[in-house]
Write a protein that binds this ligand. Structure first.
Ligand code: GLU
Length: 378
């Protein structure tokens, strides 16, 4: 079901709700009152036939309060210690809140690695789907205690969008402590207004978001807008809404004009290509010539060995690599899965595909990256 306007939100079936730290925690602790209010709405949605998957932040914030810290921890070790201590409080609070509306919950902790490996990715999906089928509400968070910085998704806006894509949700609702995306900075301009609808997340929209991470959250409005943009490419609608406002979740689903609605793109990216573009972790780079770049970008062709100039990285057959125009290393053309390993590609670089078998002694395809396994960026 394509939810391309607010009036169609009622027709959604699978809803991913991300709850930010500023909603989960108040000044002193995990806010039982707020979680109850959310659980109550999740329960009401369930009675109306909606399935809800929750992505909940708040482990670091709850842990910091539990361990007596007065502000956001800055070192990795301290953040991880807080996450370990806080995740228990967070889940206990969710479990109690959901029990008041006779719902059970289950904890799912994910790392970027779980999402970048296609098999683990599909496995995570199966787990979430079976829980949902049993009427359980999955509560997802990043496994902050084990993920080191460079292997992290990093913020739950992005994680939430990945989960929405993973389970092919109809809509992603990002609950935070402000009313939506403003047309200018509300702290500087008292006349700033909420943008009710965003057609496409472009540079201008990203700039409106600023880059303030807030007192306890990680990404601020920027990661929210970026996550919405990714989901829009994928053909999934999303919203940024004030989760502390009364019944905001229900109101959104009923199509009320609150928060910011991000329209899905008309040409949706398939599930696999979305995973390739945003979850797969490239293991190397292929530098290609201008002719090959045009064939890929303008004519929708596959990448042949003849168009490759140099390669970088140690990767195997089936790994993801970034495709770059030679001489413009900062401009990614796309990401794709290779049919040949790095040592094999080194031998066939610049050669016509008809020579692959002669050079390697075998040829399992004419293309180094087949079009079906390639995502080209705008
Ligand atoms: N995973 C973090 C936590 O539970 C939140 C990350 C974020 O704020 O986006 O505290």
């Amino acid at each position: 079901m394509e939810i391309d306007s607010r009036s169609k939100l009622k027709k959604a079936r699978i809803v991913v709700v991300k709850v930010g730290s500023s909603v989960v925690c108040d000044r002193d602790n995990v806010s039982t009152g707020r979680l109850r209010a959310l659980a109550d709405q999740i329960g009401r949605l369930r009675h109306r036939g909606y399935v809800t998957v929750t992505v909940s932040s708040g482990a670091v914030a709850a842990g910091a309060r539990k361990l007596g810290l007065r502000s956001k921890p800055t070192t990795l070790t301290l953040k991880q210690a807080c996450a370990a201590a806080g995740q228990v409080s967070l889940m206990t609070a969710w479990e109690k809140a959901l029990a008041t509306v006779d719902l059970r919950c289950a904890q799912i902790l994910l790392t970027a690695d779980d999402l970048s490996d296609r098999r683990r990715f599909l496995n995570a999906r199966n787990t979430i789907v079976s829980l949902v089928e049993m009427g359980v509400v999955p509560v997802v968070n990043e496994n902050d205690t084990v993920a080191v910085d460079e292997l992290k998704v990093g913020d739950n806006d992005t994680l939430g969008a990945m989960v929405a894509s993973l389970i092919e949700a109809d809509v992603f609702i990002n609950l935070t402590d402000i009313d939506g995306l403003y047309d200018s900075n509300p702290r500087q301009n008292p006349k700033a207004k909420i943008i009710g609808e965003v057609d496409k997340v472009d540079q201008g929209v990203l700039e409106l978001a600023g880059d303030d991470g807030g007192a306890w959250g990680t990404g601020g409005m920027r990661t929210k807008v970026r996550a919405a943009g990714r989901l829009s490419d994928r053909g999934i609608a999303s919203l940024v809404v004030n989760g502390n406002a009364r019944d905001s979740l229900i109101k959104v689903i009923e199509g009320e004009n609150i928060g910011t609605f991000f329209k899905p793109a008309p040409h949706r990216l398939g599930a696999r290509k979305h995973w390739l573009a945003f979850a797969a972790r490239p293991k190397g780079r292929l530098f290609i010539d201008i002719g090959a770049a045009e064939a890929l970008v303008e004519r929708g062709k596959s990448l042949l060995p003849g168009g490759i100039k140099t390669i970088e990285g140690l990767f195997d057959v089936g790994d993801a690599v970034t495709v770059v125009l030679d001489g413009q290393a900062d401009r990614q053309l796309g990401v794709g899965l290779v049919n040949y390993s790095a040592p094999e590609i080194k031998l066939i670089i610049g050669q016509p595909s008809s020579q692959i078998a002669d050079i390697l002694g075998y040829s399992h395809s004419d293309e180094v990256i087949h079009r079906d396994n390639l995502v080209v960026f705008d």
